[in-house]
Design a protein around this ligand. Structure first.
Ligand SMILES: [Zn+2]
Ligand SMILES: [Zn+2]
Length: 250
């Protein structure tokens, strides 16, 4: 049986298509006995993204809100096949959690396997990226074996996204192949809801549990399956926040 103790991909009201405040999301996560939650709103190239000042101000909020550590994150957009992101690197360095994701609004069309593979290999070299968001999409199939090998070396976490079952169903069949490549290559993963409201936080990863059970996926590769594993991963990513929230995770 799998479990998660932290959700590392969620949206708040500052993205116009989400519904709850950061305080409401934190309180809900706390009520679910989570050890942490990350808020990761869309960086500025997305049509519904908050103004850039939101991201500058985010870090002024307390580390612990509503009794639970709230990681101040961002979902940066991949803008081209070279893996360019829509947020300055020096600023990305200041976040507690950085996701790099492809969204059709920022990178339209279908990529060849070669293009998508090269794109993610380039992202693997970006020291500011912590996690690869919903990369199983049908339009961006890549060489899962070759790329997860490099992700494992470079400490990039592959996200398995519960929301994909609802909003990106075309690619869901790829998710198990991606997870199998992660298992084979020792590449770490995170199971996240990508919740856009407090209601999505609950049961948002149940499909993922089932999918991973089918392939007997090793729990130790799931970074948000325990507080210790999450703390270890944040430490590995040199996140200053561990000095301030470490006790909450254990
Ligand atoms: Zn996304
Ligand atoms: Zn998202």
């Amino acid at each position: 049986m799998y479990q998660i103790v932290a959700d590392l991909h969620t949206h708040t009201l500052v993205s116009n298509h989400a519904f709850n405040t950061i305080t409401e999301m934190a309180a809900k996560a706390k009520s679910m006995n989570y050890k942490a939650i990350a808020v990761t709103d869309h960086a500025c190239a997305m049509p519904d993204s908050p103004h850039i000042w939101y991201f500058y101000n985010l870090r002024r909020l307390p580390d612990v809100m509503e009794g639970i550590p709230v990681l101040k994150g961002i979902e940066a957009n991949v803008m081209d096949i070279n893996g360019t992101l829509d947020f300055e690197s020096s600023e990305l360095a200041k976040f507690d959690w950085v996701i790099a994701s492809i969204h059709g609004d920022c990178l339209p069309g279908t990529l060849t396997v070669e293009q998508a593979t090269q794109l993610w290999l380039n992202i693997a070299e970006n020291p500011y990226v912590d996690m690869i968001g919903h990369s199983e999409q049908a339009k961006h199939i890549y060489d899962y074996d070759a790329v997860t090998k490099v992700f494992a070396q470079k400490n990039k976490v592959v996200e398995l996204n519960g929301n994909s079952y609802a909003v990106r169903p075309d690619g869901v069949g790829n998710m198990q192949r991606l997870a199998l490549a992660c298992k084979k290559n020792g590449c770490k993963v995170a199971l996240n809801t990508d919740a856009h409201s407090i209601y999505h936080l609950e049961n948002g990863v149940s499909h993922l549990y089932k999918m991973l059970e089918e392939i007997d996926f090793p729990e130790e590769l799931i970074i948000n399956s325990s507080g210790e594993r999450l703390l270890q991963e944040l430490t590995l990513h040199n996140k200053q926040v561990v000095n301030r929230i470490g006790d909450f995770l254990l």
